[in-house]
Write a protein of this length. Structure first.
Length: 333
C-alpha cells in the first residue's frame, strides 16, 4: 500500500483528489490534512508513515513539508495553484515580507521532487521567476457531484450567469466587460437576464455601476451564495471574463453543471474552458458576438452543453491519473 499525505490549504482540491485516487487506485491510501492547527499538521508529518508528501502551497505548509522531506527522506510534490502570492502580483506585500516569501519558496522548491501546475498559464508565469526543472501540468479536481445536482428553475427567460470573486479588481473588470457587452443585447432580446454571484470588496462598486446602467432591472446581483449549485442549475449559459485567474475553477463548475460556456481569452480562463466551450476576445465586442451566437443558434448552444457534460464525465479521473503518474515517478527516482 502506497501512503500519500496531502498537506493542502485548499481542502476541496485535496478531498476530491483523495476520493478519486482511492476509488480508481486501491493500492493507494491517501490522507488529507487541511486547515487544522499546526500541531496537528506536525503530528501527521512526524508519524513518518508516508511514501510521498504533497502540498499545495510553499510558504507555510511548504516549509513543514520540505523539512519532513529532508529529515525523513520522503519525496515532496508541490502543486502550484497560482502565482500571485509568490510573485507579489498585486503589490500586496512590503519588501520584507515579499523577500521572506521568495526565500521560503526557493527553499521548498529546492527540496521538491516534482512540481504540478494546475494550468499552462500558471506554469509559464511562475517559471518566469523561479527555477523549476521537473514539472507537470495537471488540472485540479472539482466536486462534480455537487454542481450536477442543483435545483433547476422553471423560468421563461434566458438566464446568463457569472460566478466570480469580487474581492479582486481584475475579476470585477471582467463583470463590467460582460455588462457592457450585454447592453445592446438587452434591447434586442427581451427575455435575456443576467445574474452575478460572488462577494467581495467590489460588490458595492458593482451596485454603484448599475445605478446608472440602462438595463439594471435585467441584472441581479446575488452577492455571496452558499448554495451556488442552484444558480448553475437554473442558468441557461455561463459567461466568464477575468484578468487574474490561474485556471478559472468556476468554469469547471459550470461545465460540471452541463452549461454552455463562453470564456474570455485572458490569463488561465482558456485553460479551464479547453475544448468544451467558446473562447472570445475579453472585450465588450468579443463577448457580445459570443453571446449573440448563444442566443440565436440553438444547435450551437446545445453542442456546447454536450461538450461540457462529456468533458466533466471523466475530468476528475484524468486528474487523479495525472497525480498518480507523478507520485509513481518520484517514487521510482
Amino acid at each position: 500500500m502506497v501512503k500519500i499525505l496531502l498537506l493542502h490549504t485548499n481542502e476541496s482540491y485535496a478531498e476530491t483528489l483523495a476520493h478519486y485516487v482511492s476509488t480508481e487506485y486501491p493500492s493507494y491510501d491517501v490522507d488529507v490534512v487541511s486547515r487544522v492547527p499546526v500541531p496537528e499538521r506536525l503530528r501527521a508529518i512526524l508519524a513518518r508513515e508516508y511514501d510521498v508528501i504533497q502540498t499545495d502551497e510553499l510558504i507555510a505548509n511548504g516549509m513543514l513539508a520540505a523539512g519532513a522531506s529532508v529529515i525523513y527522506d520522503i519525496p515532496l510534490v508541490v502543486a502550484i495553484r497560482g502565482w500571485a502570492d509568490y510573485t507579489n502580483a498585486h503589490g500586496q506585500y512590503g519588501w520584507l515580507k515579499d523577500a521572506s516569501i521568495r526565500a521560503r519558496t526557493r527553499l521548498a522548491l529546492h527540496q521538491t521532487s516534482e512540481v504540478i501546475f494546475i494550468s499552462d498559464t500558471t506554469s509559464e508565469t511562475f517559471r518566469e521567476q523561479y527555477p523549476v526543472t521537473q514539472y507537470s501540468v495537471i488540472g485540479r479536481p472539482v466536486d462534480t457531484d455537487r454542481y450536477g445536482t442543483g435545483r433547476a428553475s422553471d423560468r421563461e427567460t434566458f438566464d446568463l450567469l457569472t460566478v466570480t470573486n469580487l474581492r479582486y479588481e481584475e475579476k470585477y473588470d471582467g463583470v463590467l466587460t460582460v455588462l457592457r457587452a450585454l447592453q445592446p443585447l438587452f434591447g434586442e432580446y427581451p427575455t435575456l437576464q443576467y445574474r452575478v454571484a460572488g462577494g467581495g470588496q467590489y460588490l458595492e462598486a458593482l451596485h454603484e455601476y448599475l445605478a446608472d446602467y440602462e438595463y439594471a432591472d435585467r441584472v441581479t446581483v446575488l452577492g455571496f451564495v452558499e448554495a451556488v449549485e442552484d444558480e448553475f442549475a437554473s442558468a441557461d449559459a455561463f459567461a466568464y471574463v477575468s484578468f487574474l485567474d490561474s485556471l478559472g475553477t468556476v468554469v469547471l463548475e459550470a461545465q460540471a453543471a452541463g452549461l454552455p460556456v463562453i470564456g474570455g481569452d485572458a490569463m488561465g480562463v482558456p485553460d479551464a474552458v479547453g475544448d468544451a466551450g467558446d473562447i472570445y476576445p475579453p472585450t465588450p465586442d468579443g463577448v457580445r458576438d459570443a453571446l449573440e451566437r448563444l442566443l440565436t443558434d440553438d444547435d450551437h448552444r446545445e453542442s456546447l452543453a454536450t461538450q461540457s457534460r462529456k468533458k466533466m464525465a471523466t475530468y476528475n479521473e484524468e486528474c487523479a491519473a495525472g497525480h498518480v503518474d507523478v507520485w509513481e515517478r518520484v517514487l521510482d527516482t
